[in-house]
Design a protein around this ligand. Structure first.
Ligand SMILES: [Zn+2]
Length: 272
């Protein structure tokens, strides 16, 4: 998964201003300023931008400091590429930086004014949050927990794969959904299995978590066994397909960047 690529990620807020050689993430909607060399995303350094920009520290990985550009910018030799393109470049520190930086960019786009008193928010000089210039209300980046579920039918050596309805992502996925207020991740897993596929599950087993900045999520992966009937009653408003797939037929490879891909591979390669 992409968060495992950097050897050392330091998410601690660093108030030291950006230097010329620090890397910078400039977004424009769901596009990011990069150069793609040999299917690798290369980010501009601060000194390569066409002008000095307002910026804020994001995080540090393997000795490189990454900053978010807070205004429109360009750089010679770089262009805006859609995030969906970055999803398929070689997994490395820069790819992880783009996804995590996008999470932070969304936070800045969505939090310009205080929701308590309406005054302007500005970035705290000490920590990763916005502070109201009037009532001092503090606003932190949104993080939405969601569960991903590998539902296994042991008797038929199969796993339940789905395709989302009405989304750009057309490949096979697993049952997934947001954890609701007042609910544990395990309860959310059971509810989502029932809502999306009509299946009862048991023996939930934690697999891994993954930050997923594309949608400001923290993904929490579980495997579970189907209990009772394996008959699927698909929720057509959420899914376009829900099928049992035999272990050897699961379309997965090792080394993917997503938790879903990792879980599908774990099943196919008999780690689960
Ligand atoms: Zn306020």
């Amino acid at each position: 998964m992409f968060q495992d690529i950097p050897q050392n990620v330091d998410i601690q807020y660093d108030p030291e201003p950006a230097g010329d050689s620090d890397s910078v993430l400039c977004f424009d909607g769901r596009s990011v300023l990069v150069r793609i060399d040999d299917n690798k995303a290369v980010l501009p350094q601060m000194c390569e931008l066409d002008h000095k920009v307002r910026n804020v520290f994001i995080f540090k990985a393997d000795g490189t400091r990454y900053f978010l550009c807070l205004e429109k910018a360009s750089a010679k030799g770089f262009g805006f590429e859609p995030l969906d393109r970055i999803r398929y470049v070689e997994a490395d520190d820069e790819q992880y930086a783009v996804v995590t930086g996008y999470h932070y960019y969304c936070f800045h786009c969505e939090n310009r004014f205080c929701s308590v008193c309406g005054a302007r928010l500005e970035h705290s000089p000490q920590k990763r949050c916005m502070v109201c210039t009037d009532c001092k209300n503090e606003v932190y980046p949104k993080l939405s927990p969601a569960v991903i579920l590998g539902i296994i039918d042991e008797k038929n050596d199969s796993i339940l794969l789905t395709r989302y309805a009405g989304r750009e992502y057309k490949k096979y996925a697993l049952v997934a959904g947001f954890v609701e207020m007042g609910e544990s991740a395990e309860a959310a897993a059971k509810r989502e299995a029932m809502e999306e596929t009509g299946l009862e599950i048991t023996d939930l087993e934690y697999f891994a978590t993954q930050p997923w900045g594309f949608a400001q999520n923290l993904l929490i992966g579980y495997f579970a066994k189907v209990s009772g009937s394996r008959e699927i009653k698909m929720d057509a408003s959420e899914l376009s397909e829900a099928v049992w797939v035999k272990r050897e037929d699961v379309p997965a490879q090792p080394g993917g960047i997503s938790l879903t891909g990792e879980m599908m591979w774990a099943f196919k390669s008999s780690q689960r």
